[in-house]
Write a protein that binds this ligand. Structure first.
Ligand SMILES: *Cc1c(COP(=O)(O)O)cnc(C)c1O
Length: 383
């Protein structure tokens, strides 16, 4: 980004988070912060969002006892079924919140970035629902790899703009969406896809996703010993953890081995916030690699970087081979084909039971962030 970057203090998670944006975006971030806080405190807005989450997105999503997997592992496994939400993942929770907020703010267009396309499809869906024209920035390489999602977005009436800079993937799409927002702040809302970016996004997206954890808290028969979710940017994990922060459940965030910003990253600034990043000694951002396209981001939400530093949550990694095995195991044991992203959480569960980290008889809540239909071609190639 071109103009001078200024730092403000709000939205800090320990030493992480903040708002490192060009001066031209400071006003837009402040306007969004005010609008979000007003809306979140307004029962009319909350009721309207709840209405869409219920009548449109299919909430509450079920909590499914994984009976056969539990018997095989000797622990009690409960699955929070975000795969059953409209568009097939938790992403709809956030985009419905942001699209309603955009409408309330009088914005007439939505801008979004997308990597694999799931957030782009969700945003295009919310745009169609509310009649807001939607522009999605997507790396040229991702456009080639995710042709089906590109077609979905266009079917929903969205414009998909190829990003040809850098590695032509998600990181570059984020940069381009932010750059485009600079020139369109008056009439456009930037609908960011995870608990990342400048303040207020990490707080706002967590609040829109906390419906996962709040529902699960009401649905569990007792507070589970472990609460497990996969971490890309960290929104499904942040939403899940939010429901259990006041308990003594062990909170476990599972990163992809090739995208482990918390576990293997170092402190730095990217896309308007300070966090843990995959970067080299010169601060050049490294590319993340995971079989799960939704975990292919070199950074992580600032709240997770902070949770890791304070020990409020623990972050672990699993590799692609275990992830693929976990998809197949869950499919055969429970009749649920989960997304490769979600399978990271399942794979950690299986590994941790085998390693004795989860004792026999323990209870484990696992968030199934999405369904695996989008990953069938990847799995077929490996079969
Ligand atoms: C996008 C996505 C993720 C990763 O995003 P988070 O912000 O970390 O939740 C995980 N699972 C699915 C199914 C996704 O679509």
């Amino acid at each position: 980004m071109s103009s001078r970057t200024v730092e403000a203090r709000p939205g800090r998670f320990g030493g992480y988070g903040g708002r490192f944006v060009p001066e031209s975006l400071v006003g837009a971030c402040e306007e969004l912060e005010r609008a979000f806080h007003e809306a979140w405190g307004d029962t009319e807005f909350r009721d309207r969002l709840s209405g869409f989450l219920g009548d449109y997105a299919g909430r509450p999503t079920p909590l499914t006892p994984a009976l056969r997997l539990s018997a095989e592992l000797g622990v009690t496994v409960l699955l929070k079924r975000e795969d059953l939400a409209h568009t097939g993942s938790h992403k709809i929770n956030n985009v419905l919140g942001q699209a309603l907020l955009a409408e309330r703010m009088g914005k007439r267009r939505l801008i979004a970035e997308t990597g694999a396309g799931s957030h782009g499809v969700a945003t295009a869906t919310a745009g169609a629902l509310l009649g807001l024209p939607t522009t999605v920035f997507m790396g040229e390489r991702d456009i080639e790899r995710q042709a089906l999602n590109v077609f979905r977005m266009r079917t929903l009436g969205a414009e998909v703009v190829p990003v040809t800079t850098g590695s032509r993937t998600l990181k570059d799409a984020c940069t381009e969406a932010l750059r485009h927002w600079v020139g369109a702040v008056d009439d456009s809302h930037y609908c960011l896809g995870s608990v990342m970016g400048p303040h207020p996004y990490p707080v706002m997206v967590r609040e829109f996703q906390r419906v996962i954890g709040d529902e699960a808290r009401r649905q569990v028969p007792a507070v589970p010993d472990f609460v497990v979710a996969c971490v890309g940017g960290g929104s499904n994990a942040a939403g899940t953890f939010a429901g259990f922060l006041d308990t003594d459940a062990a909170l476990i965030g599972v990163e992809a081995e090739g995208g482990a910003a918390v576990t293997r990253g170092s402190d730095g600034i990217l896309h308007g916030f300070r966090t843990r990043l995959l970067q080299d000694a010169e601060g050049q951002i490294a590319e993340a690699h995971s079989i799960a396209p939704g975990l292919d981001y070199p950074g992580v939400g600032p709240e997770h970087a902070w949770f890791a530093s304070t020990g409020q949550a623990r972050y672990v990694t699993v590799g692609d081979t275990d992830v693929v095995a976990a998809v197949h195991r869950l499919a055969r044991a429970e009749g649920i084909i989960c997304a490769l992203e979600s399978a990271h959480a399942v794979a950690w569960l299986i590994n941790a039971v085998a390693a004795g980290e989860i004792p026999a008889g323990a209870s484990v809540l696992v968030t199934v962030s999405g369904r695996g239909d989008k990953d069938m071609a990847t799995l077929m190639e490996l079969a």
